[in-house]
Design a protein around this ligand. Structure first.
Ligand code: SAM
Length: 228
């Protein structure tokens, strides 16, 4: 069961309205300046670089290879996928997001730069969502935002539903790589392992700080593998 510490207070960052307004503004900015592709979440911690580096360091382990199909959940401006494409991943890359504005924005970046990355409007909690399985599933900051929604489905908090929702994208050997700045490693691990078909595979190292004798880090990235 989820510990109480994994239940965050609700915030506007948990609402679709917030993300629609956010990406509508970013799309306007991009239209007046095509170099402005918007906010890259957790860039001060180099989270995106760490995730890309992880995939390169673990090439040919489980389903990770240079032709891997990948889905980025809550893709926002699609930056992570654009970077993966630029760095040489050649498989199908799909960004999904429940904000139509995010998808419009990410598609316009792909078009402007003639990059082959696809985007689709999807609410991962929609019961009718029936995706194809992929090799690698990515999440940078999306569970964090979702946890702030305070939503419940069938009387269960979203953080309990989340690890089962992402399971729709996975088959045996698929890898799930997730970055959070709202949960500690232990909290994140316990949320994801509510799905018993996943096992924790690796942790990505970040510089840690020490405070009052306690060691910590403001961000964590964990990799899970689907076992069955
Ligand atoms: C903190 S932003 C992270 C965006 C992107 N991953 C990045 O690192 O820049 C969270 C994203 O999750 C999306 N999101 C929130 N709930 C979602 C849901 N139920 N299904 C799909 N996307 C969702 C939001 O629209 C937003 O784009």
């Amino acid at each position: 069961m989820t510990e109480d510490t994994t239940k965050l207070n609700t915030s506007k960052l948990g609402t679709k309205e917030y993300w629609d307004n956010f990406y509508a503004l970013e799309k306007d900015n991009f239209e007046s300046n095509p170099d402005d592709t918007g906010e890259c979440w957790f860039s001060d911690s180099n989270a995106e670089e760490k995730m890309v580096e992880f995939l390169f360091d673990n090439l040919n382990e489980y389903a990770i290879h240079d032709q891997s199909s990948m889905v980025d959940i809550g893709t926002g401006n699609g930056h992570l996928l654009f970077t993966l494409r630029e760095e040489g991943f050649k498989g199908q890359l799909l960004g999904i997001d429940y904000s139509e504005k995010s998808v419009e924005f990410a598609r316009s970046i792909a078009e402007e730069n003639d990059v082959d990355v696809e985007f689709e409007v999807v609410d991962i909690f929609s019961e009718s969502w029936d995706p194809k399985v992929v090799d690698v599933v990515l999440d940078k900051g999306t569970l964090d935002a979702i946890a702030l929604s305070g939503l419940q489905y069938n009387d269960k908090p979203v953080v309990e539903i989340y690890p089962h929702a992402i399971d729709k994208l996975m088959t045996k050997g698929s890898v799930f790589l997730i970055t959070s700045c709202n949960f500690t490693e232990k909290e994140l691990e316990s949320i994801i392992l509510q799905n018993k078909s996943l096992k924790l595979w690796k942790k990505v190292d970040y510089p840690s700080f020490q405070f009052g004798g306690v060691k910590g880090s403001t961000i964590c990235t964990l990799a899970f593998v689907k076992q069955s």
